[in-house]
Design a protein around this ligand. Structure first.
Ligand code: MEV
Length: 446
């Protein structure tokens, strides 16, 4: 049994210990300490300089956690055929994306565009004073904000980005004396989190100073409380749109029992359920993020930020709903995904993580806009594959087929046993118990 520690057992200075010593402390929690240390070390990179990169990404790194890195071929976006890197542990996601991408590659491909790439930051503050005066001098304040950040923005401006606009917003009805300055940024090909946050902290200092020194304010108006300065991960105007489209007849054959038109109508119904029911909408959207997160991780992007924005956007009309929509018109099936995707192709992990760099090269070193469209296409590909299975043969046949290897590995099967199992389960239903029975019988016979 693992040894749990009492709450009063505080480890001091853990982060300053050597990696080996941290590992020993962690191993004390395990039954077999030597085995635990060996296991953790077995996942260290054999090249020390590479391991150092991973050690330095984060604090208290004691090992690496492997997740498969796969590729989905034939992802045709705006007539360009991409081989898309995907990092994901769920067995069926790459297979689903690949089969969907293959199907659409023969039916016009994914048509994508970027609607906008706006990023947003906020300085939140409380101030007791004459609101009219604040609005009167806001232009001067903006000017000072820009001046205070010239050294930070110079590089971004030379790449075509920078600060786009400032808005003064008051929210007194919700919190007394509460204002925010909302700042819009263009961060070009970078995700831009550090750039935005550095600017915002500078704006906060400038704001305080502005109240202190501007002659328009009375003495009792000179103090303001900066609550916080931080970018917003809600990026409803950093938006990509992607769709697939074909006549009903081209959907013939996607199911043995449904005609193309019947399939399209059942598919539409399933998406309508996701539009009105939050339980289904959450799972429906999760299927979209299967593809998007996998691309985000493989390219060193912040998938938590992307997920947060996507789910908030799914609630933009006051009720959480599907991120996709179906249109059936004039004998054609059209399926669209619109999703905020704050992605970058320069800076951050994109150039530091050796595989993220490689992923971007595999995609032809795309701009952020291009990557947004590719990721959106993968989101739609995975979602299409999931809904297609759900309204036809069900999800478990494909899922359990892909999961078969995991179950076989659980029973420590040999290569020979695996080959026999794969053969047998082509015609039989995969479940944990059917695989267990098969392996037991095989071993009994042997
Ligand atoms: C599983 O990872 C994702 C699905 O549940 C998505 C969906 O239900 O649409 C298959």
């Amino acid at each position: 049994m693992p040894k749990r520690r009492k709450r009063d057992f505080i480890i001091r200075g853990f982060s300053k210990l050597l990696k080996e010593d941290k590992l020993k402390i962690v191993a004390e929690l395990m039954d077999n300490q030597l085995e635990a240390v060996d296991l953790m070390k077995s996942f260290w990179h054999s090249d020390q300089s590479k391991q150092k990169i991973f050690d330095e990404f984060s604090e208290n790194t004691i090992s690496n956690f492997y997740i498969p890195y796969g590729v989905a071929p034939n992802v045709v976006v705006n007539d360009t055929n991409y081989l898309v890197p995907m990092t994901i542990e769920e067995s069926s996601v790459v297979a689903a994306a690949s089969s969907s991408a293959r199907f659409w590659s023969e039916h016009g491909g994914f048509k994508a565009k970027v609607i906008d790439t706006e990023k947003v930051g906020q300085v939140h503050f409380q101030w007791k004073g004459d609101k009219k005066k604040l609005h009167e001098v806001f232009d001067q304040m903006k000017h000072q904000f820009r001046r205070a950040t010239t050294s930070i923005t110079a590089n971004m401006e030379s790449r075509g980005g920078g600060i786009t606009e400032f808005y003064l917003i008051d929210k007194f009805t919700e919190i007394p004396d509460y204002y925010q300055i909302k700042i819009v940024f263009d961060t070009v090909d970078s995700m831009g989190a550090n750039f935005i946050n550095s600017c915002l902290e500078e704006f906060a200092l400038t704001l305080k100073d502005f109240f202190q020194t501007h002659p328009i304010f009375e003495d009792e108006e000179r103090d303001c409380t900066i609550i916080m300065s931080i970018l917003s991960n809600y990026t409803p105007r950093c938006l990509a749109e992607v769709y697939v489209e074909c006549p009903y007849e081209e959907l013939d054959g996607l199911d043995n029992e449904l005609t193309g038109e019947e399939f399209a109508r059942k598919f539409e119904l399933a998406v309508k359920v996701a539009e009105i029911d939050v339980y289904r909408a959450t799972t429906h959207n999760k299927g979209i993020f299967n593809g998007i997160d996998a691309v985000a991780i493989a390219t060193g992007n912040d998938f938590r930020a992307i997920e947060a924005a996507g789910h908030a956007y799914a609630s933009k009309d006051g009720k959480y709903s599907s991120l996709t929509e179906v249109e059936l018109k004039d004998g054609r099936f059209k399926y669209t995904l619109r999703i905020p995707l704050a992605m970058g192709t320069v800076g951050g992990l994109t150039s530091l993580h050796p595989l993220a760099k490689y992923s971007l090269e595999m995609l032809g070193n795309p701009s952020a806009r291009e990557l947004m469209m590719i990721a959106a296409a993968l989101g739609l590909a995975n979602n299409f594959a999931a809904v297609r299975s759900l309204v036809t043969k069900g999800i478990q046949i494909g899922h359990m087929k892909m999961h078969l290897m995991n179950i076989l590995n659980h029973f420590n099967t040999t290569e020979d046993e695996k080959a026999k199992a794969v053969d047998y389960f082509i015609g039989h239903k995969v479940s944990f118990s059917t695989v267990e029975r098969f392996i037991k019988n095989l071993r009994k016979e042997a």
